[in-house]
Design a protein around this ligand. Sequence first.
Ligand code: HEC
Length: 174
Amino acid sequence: MYTYKNIFVITLLLIGQLALSQTPNLGETPSQEMLSSWDTTIDPLGRGLPDGSGTAEEGQPVFLMKCAACHGLEGEGLINDRLVGGHGTIGSDRAVKTVGSYWPYATTLYDYIRRAMPYINPHSLSDQEVYQLTAYILYMNEIIEADERLDKNNLANIEMPNRLNFFSYEYELP
Ligand code: HEC
């Protein structure tokens, strides 16, 4: 259960996120630079991943600061999606779809966080922070170890638990 103190801290974090949020103005023509900052697709083979690296140990404080207000202190879901658990439930009557139980590629997690999170302030994280957060979410799902360092050379090799239930004709994964 969350104590009043925790709820207070979470509320403060949420207000902080709101204060930081920058939305492009309606009617403003985006510059080439602005457009290319959104052209960041990463595929299942890891093509498109930037330089940098991160571990779950490094990611925990970032997650608590920037993500826990919406996703829960341990990724259990609060006002928004649950990010952890549900392993082995896919295909059952009560499937719990999370990043850990459902998503086939770890590279998609990187792409998604960098593109879309934090929800009200996307594109505010450094590439390094995104590696750290990707590692922390994978660690909370017991997919990697706390000190395992992820980078552009090894992220595509992470075996996601539900990978084999997806079929791809385009990508021959290791
Ligand atoms: C203000 C609330 C908020 C904050 C803060 C936030 N998120 Fe989210 N997150 C959401 C919402 C809402 C969704 C669902 C979006 C959708 O489905 O379109 C989501 C979805 C996600 C998903 C996909 C979950 C799934 O199974 O589809 C991931 C991964 C994620 N967030 C990671 C993060 C990370 C990492 C951070 C911190 C950098 C973060 N979020 C911060 C609100 C938030």
